[in-house]
Design a protein around this ligand. Structure first.
Ligand SMILES: NC(=O)c1ccc[n+]([C@@H]2O[C@H](COP(=O)([O-])OP(=O)(O)OC[C@H]3O[C@@H](n4cnc5c(N)ncnc54)[C@H](O)[C@@H]3O)[C@@H](O)[C@H]2O)c1
Length: 420
């Protein structure tokens, strides 16, 4: 009896245990299954999100790859100069028309070039192709403030050059040419550098002798609208020779006649840019009445000027030297030539003349020929075609309201002026 009851009790207990075990197993199964289900839903979701992200990111990656490729510097070829021949050269006004071409020449010759410019009439675009190069530095600085750097040569070009630009703020033009030149001569004295001043044919004013050789003293109206520039440059020359005599600074003075070429200002206001722009835009070519039939000196091409400046800097000629084109044509012939090269049907119109505009100027370049072996060599038509191409492009950028720069990593150093 007792044993039967015992067996029943044991089997009842086992059944309950079995049920319990079964219950636990079921629960575990459900939990495991739902865990697996959740995970696969999650994984699926994640996969979907990932593929969505990939879809968006891939084109961006491709763009970055393209940008990286275009950021790979492609500088114009630069010579390698030994330590002995390589010079540290400062170009003030190096982001302007002439200065930027001079920068190109000196960089390609293998020198270390520092451009200092306040971007009054110059622009970074003119030297953008050098930004980031190990031999190149661009400093945003006004030469009216002192500058302290170590250099071997200084090409002092900083000054607005065309009448609308230098007449815009005559006092600033005077300060740039006087205080600015004093600062650069002070720097030249401190570091023992040679300084070349970019002077101008305007020091001859409205000349009474033709052609003008370097020993002509000029005929300048000291209170006229052009005086800020003409007299500013005359006193800059005086300063150069005072520093040479008193302080032993080596100076070179280039008296530059009208120059033209790519990177000239659109609003330069002088005959080449005026005629080209007018012809390209189908507007009448405007000529000052007095110059209708008068002989005019022809401008010369920027690369000729740059070669002349470098030759003068490296010569032993410390007195002023004319750099210009002695060829003569009437202004009408010149206007006609530009019309033909542009292929324009513009008419030629006569206007009243500007105050103090020199009637006639012609450089005597015997000294440059003899002492530097220099004379302009670029044929007029070849130079004009290059300038026309440049202005045509500029007008296109204007019309499309867009300029697409060559991509280069910017590394522009902000000017740091130390005052002692
Ligand atoms: N282009 C010519 O036909 C011509 C003729 C005679 C003389 N020059 C002389 O050659 C030099 C260069 O002329 P350009 O035609 O290239 O003119 P530009 O106006 O294109 O260049 C002058 C440069 O000097 C910079 N500048 C002006 N004031 C400055 C200042 N205070 N501090 C620092 N930078 C300053 C301008 O931003 C510009 O980049 C000038 O000194 C000019 O007088 C030029």
């Amino acid at each position: 009896m007792v044993s039967k009851a015992l067996v029943r009790l044991v089997s009842a207990v086992n059944r309950r245990r079995m049920k319990l075990l079964l219950g636990i197993a079921l629960l575990a199964y459900v939990a495991f299954y739902s865990f697996l289900l959740n995970r696969s839903i999650q994984e699926n979701g994640e996969l979907k999100i990932e593929s969505k992200i990939e879809e968006i990111v891939e084109p961006l990656r491709e763009k970055i790859r393209d940008l990286e490729k275009s950021f790979t510097q492609k500088y114009p070829p630069v010579k390698f100069l030994s330590e002995k021949d390589r010079k540290r050269i400062l170009i003030t006004g190096g982001a302007g028309f002439v200065g930027s071409h001079l920068t190109d020449k000196l960089m390609m010759d293998g020198h270390e070039v520092t451009v200092v410019d306040n971007f009054f009439t110059g622009r970074k675009r003119n030297v953008e192709h050098w930004i980031g190069h190990e031999n190149f530095e661009l400093i945003n600085h006004d030469v009216v403030e002192p500058l302290y750097i170590e250099v071997d040569q200084i090409y002092h070009l900083a000054s607005p050059a065309s009448p609308p630009n230098y007449m815009y703020n005559p006092i600033k033009t005077l300060k740039t040419n006087t205080i600015g030149t004093l600062n650069m001569l002070g720097l030249a004295k401190r570091v023992g550098a040679r300084l070349l001043l970019a002077s101008t044919s305007e020091v001859y004013g409205d000349p009474e002798v033709h052609p003008q050789s370097e020993d002509y003293w000029g005929h300048v109206n000291p209170i006229g609208p052009r005086a800020c520039y003409d007299e500013g440059k005359r006193v800059a020359e005086t300063m150069c020779y005072a520093y040479m005599k008193q302080e032993g600074v080596e100076v070179r003075v280039a008296r530059i006649f009208n120059t033209f070429g790519p990177r000239m200002h659109m609003n330069d206001g002088r005959v080449v840019s005026n005629f080209i722009l007018q012809a390209l835009q189908g507007e009448p070519l405007t000529v000052a009445c007095s110059s209708r039939l008068s002989l005019t000196r022809l401008p010369f091409f920027s690369s000729d000027l740059v070669n002349g400046l470098v030759a003068l800097m490296n010569s032993n000629v410390s007195s002023p030297v004319n750099l210009g084109n002695p060829e003569e044509h009437t202004i009408l012939e010149f206007a006609q030539l530009i019309k033909n090269l542009v292929g324009s049907g513009s008419e030629i119109q006569f206007l009243s003349e500007a105050q103090d505009d020199p009637q006639k100027r012609k450089p005597d370049i015997k000294k440059a020929k003899l002492m530097l072996g220099w004379e302009p060599v670029v044929p007029l038509e070849e130079g004009l075609n290059k300038a026309i191409h440049y202005f045509r492009k500029e007008l296109e950028y204007q019309a499309n309201n867009q300029y697409i720069p060559k991509p280069k990593p910017a590394r522009i150093k902000k000017g740091r002026t130390r005052h002692n």
